[in-house]
Design a protein around this ligand. Sequence first.
Ligand code: AMP
Length: 472
Amino acid sequence: MSFSHLGLSDKVIAAIDTAGYKTPTPIQEQAIPHVLARRDVLGIAQTGTGKTAAFVLPMLTMLEKGRARARMPRTLILEPTRELAAQVEEQFIKYGANHKLNVALIIGGVSFDNQDSKLTRGVDVLIATPGRLLDHSERGRLLLSGVELLVIDEADRMLDMGFIPDIERIGKLVPFTRQTLFFTATMPPEIQRIADTFLHNPVRVEVSKPATAATTITQLLVATGRESHEKRDTLRRMIRSAEDFKNAIIFCNRKREVALLHRSLLSHGFNAVALHGDLDQSARTAALEAFRNGEAKLLIASDVAARGLDIPDVSHVFNFDVPHHPDDYIHRIGRTGRAGKTGIAITIVAPIDQKSVGAIEKLTGMKIAWAGEPPRAEEPSHEGERPRHEGRQEGGKGRHGGGRQRGRGGRPAPRHGSPQQTPPAAAPDQARSAQPQTPRPQQPQPPRERTEEPDDGSHLPAFLLRPVSAKA
Ligand code: AMP
């Protein structure tokens, strides 16, 4: 199947040629003809499947006819985070090179006035996070009554971040007759309810991540002590001894931990940047750019901040904290081993984390191998003492978080992950973690010190030592 059979315009086909894409991905192949036929689409797909182009390409084709009016965008795309919104804008710039369309980004954390003047000029494509969009609308600076097509992207993440009430409000401001494209990675009951309200007789398109994604990931656990400094010590050792290391994303459960770990790694001479919701927009963009272009080798992130980001070619994923929710584990490790490349995912396990590891193994249906000695005795879990949603709220906090808290929207909704909803990327037969092929099993570790060892970074590999300008 080639792109030329999907009904896309010549201009769009030319842009795809320039981008170098030869064949549509399954979600593109299945969704694009329906979008062009003006049908509502329910797309169940996660990042990495090419879902963004599945709506960007037909939208470009459809927008070739007609013109935008001041303050009345023709199409609206809702994204849960500023980074995702910016990524969608990039795709419009990439594929829309031959189109003279006005694309505006309405996200928190950047100047309101610049956004306002863009709206005045007339916008064909408005890409927005829900909170900032409602700000503009409530100030009377934006009319949504001209929206012909609405895209709700990453709906399940919108739910996680407490944006559903905002989405429902926005749904009342767009015309009833508009076309709606609704994308989600999972389908918990609350998302099904929202989909039912927003979509009219939708075509359902469901794809799984390419099987190659997980087959190339080697997963390992490494035991550590219960103290934070012991975990940081273990992480540094793992980074230094990592084989075929190119770059890594390090996941923490809480944004506070992201900031702390970032400072610690910088002080130990590592070339690291951080991504979490308390950073201002320019710091987030700079961090992401430094990591993308290879200037920084380590990116420390929370789940919320990293969600959906398209960061190619990550050789390693480190879970500094074991995720409380096993589906987050799947998302995290999916950041490596992309497009047939091999990747290594190493999870640092403190005694308190053993219950969470058990939940991950139950979900993936396999035992993950230990690099080195497994912990000796399981200690009683204090899981319940930790705030369940800490670290998830950053995107939903305040106006700078890309959304705001309103009524019940202020509180993150209950989690919805379940084994049945997990993308097949982690299907037991697709991952080969039980007997890792390339791990370098660590020798049994000597007892760890209670205090952090002094570390001047002198024994770090040179490529990890380049100075980096990221701000915490
Ligand atoms: P997405 O799932 O939208 O985040 O896309 C994941 C990645 O796949 C992005 O880097 C896209 O540029 C890329 N991509 C999208 N469509 C295709 C295609 N038909 N062929 C190859 N790569 C693609």
